[in-house]
Design a protein around this ligand. Structure first.
Ligand code: SF4
Length: 437
């Protein structure tokens, strides 16, 4: 039985206890949210991994995506990227490999880290079709289900599956004269090409009950993929994207009713004033399924800095109620990320998730403590509280030789004009007994 079914039966599983304990929330409350489909716990019994709850009432989680391309398929580098993602605090990892020995790389990554690992099984199925039949559009339907089942058996914790694409939506895409930015989801564009070539319905939509039954059997969380996400700001929140969101929300309810844990993905490139509406729609139409935000990227003109364009969108998303953020690295739109890019992406997304949680969950204790540590120039405490202590220690350290002679506390930002030093000790008696600091 899945976590959803067990919670529905009134059981408080050890996974619920662990996830609740990690976040200091009541286990009974979390079990209620899992039972209602408002929170999910990737807990595939075929792999022991860290237990992470995603959804209502919980800290916003961060996913780091790694994976080979057909141009660079370096298994050792992907394992290194996985290690870096875990080290810098990603909550989950997705292996999106499409090049090299896809299954071997996935197993190596899953052996390396304790994080729940997600995949897009469509990628491996299309890659196998190219290898065996010479073209992705020649993929036999059955291969899709076989690959999905095999990945579940290996212990994949969650899967992005593009069930929300159907022939009606493809027709809508044609009627709205395609898009400025085209289709940028690999799963989306390959599935549409397959459907057009074969004149057939998307098997993942047509046989949704089969998808659900495979994932339910292994308690792999179904993440309803965003194949029609906008890849350009100009295309955001168009009819096609919203139609897919609507279908995914319906499917989330259907999957949940069949006992499968589900979440919904969205929305890609989007201006900041449309983010809240997307979240409201997803939450209302899906009955509160966790929302897995890809990015979202908030301007198209900052290549090289898309970890920042996405972090801006992610912070707003988290504050409006998104539950799960997929990081973006500085390499986005430019090339396959290197290990250093993974660190930048994870930290940017963690900052964004925290900024959102400060509003959504009023999680401000660490910020309050940091303010005091800065006032009192307690550097070790500042490093302890930092999202990336390593970076803070490194920057402080490289300037330490230039601080004021005889003043080990100050820093080179202001030198002897240190504002904190100037007032040290003057107001301490006024601060006792009040929280108005
Ligand atoms: S020198 Fe300036 S930046 Fe550094 S601790 Fe003092 S006030 Fe803060």
């Amino acid at each position: 039985m899945t976590q959803l079914e067990r919670a529905g039966n009134g059981e408080i599983t050890k996974e619920v206890m662990t996830a609740a304990g990690e976040e200091g929330v009541d286990a009974r409350t979390l079990a209620g949210l899992v039972a209602a489909g408002k929170a999910v716990i990737p807990a595939n019994a075929n792999r022991q991994c860290r237990i992470v709850g995603i959804g209502g009432g919980l800290r916003t989680k961060v996913n780091a995506s790694i994976g080979t391309s057909t141009s660079i398929a370096d298994a050792a580098m992907e394992v290194e990227k996985a290690r870096i993602a875990e080290k810098y605090g990603a909550d989950t990892l997705m292996d999106l490999s499409v090049g090299g020995d896809i299954a071997g790389i996935r197993r190596a990554v899953m052996n390396e880290v304790r994080l729940p690992v997600g995949t897009v099984p469509l990628y491996e199925a299309f890659a196998l079709a190219i290898e065996k039949y010479g073209a992705a559009v020649k993929m036999p339907e059955e291969l899709l289900f076989e690959v999905t089942e095999r990945q579940c058996e290996e212990g994949v914790g969650f899967m992005a599956i593009h069930c929300g694409i159907n022939r009606k939506t493809v027709e809508m895409l044609r009627r709205q004269h395609y898009r400025y930015g085209g289709l940028v989801s690999k799963g989306g564009s390959y599935m549409v090409a397959w459907m057009e070539h074969n004149g057939r319905e998307n098997p993942l939509y047509e046989h949704f009950d089969r998808v659900v039954s495979i994932l339910r059997k292994h308690d792999t969380v179904l993440s309803l993929g965003n194949g029609f996400r906008a890849g350009a700001i100009h295309d955001s929140t168009d009819r096609v994207q919203i139609q897919e969101l609507l279908i995914n929300c319906e499917l989330a309810e259907t999957g949940r009713s069949a006992g499968c844990q589900t979440m919904v993905e969205g929305p890609g490139h989007i201006p900041i004033n449309e983010i809240e509406a997307n979240i409201i729609m997803e939450k209302k139409m899906s009955g509160g399924s966790p929302f897995y935000m890809l990015g979202p990227i908030t301007t198209d003109i900052a290549p090289g800095y898309d970890h920042i364009t996405a972090a801006i969108g992610a912070a707003l998303s988290s504050s409006y109620g998104a539950d799960f953020i997929c990081y973006v690295t500085p390499s986005e739109h430019l090339g396959l990320p290197y290990p250093g890019d993974v660190r930048e992406g994870v930290i940017a997304a963690r900052i964004a998730a925290h900024v959102g949680d400060m509003i959504k969950h009023r999680k401000t204790d660490a910020d309050k403590a940091m303010g005091k540590a800065r006032r009192d120039m307690l550097w070790d405490e500042q490093f302890r509280l930092a999202i990336d202590p390593e970076r803070a220690i490194e920057i402080k350290g490289r300037r330490d030789g230039q601080t004021q002679k005889g003043d080990p506390h100050s820093c080179t930002m202001c030198g002897r004009f240190c504002a904190n030093d100037m007032l040290r000790g003057m107001f301490e008696k006024d601060m006792t007994g009040s929280d108005k600091k």
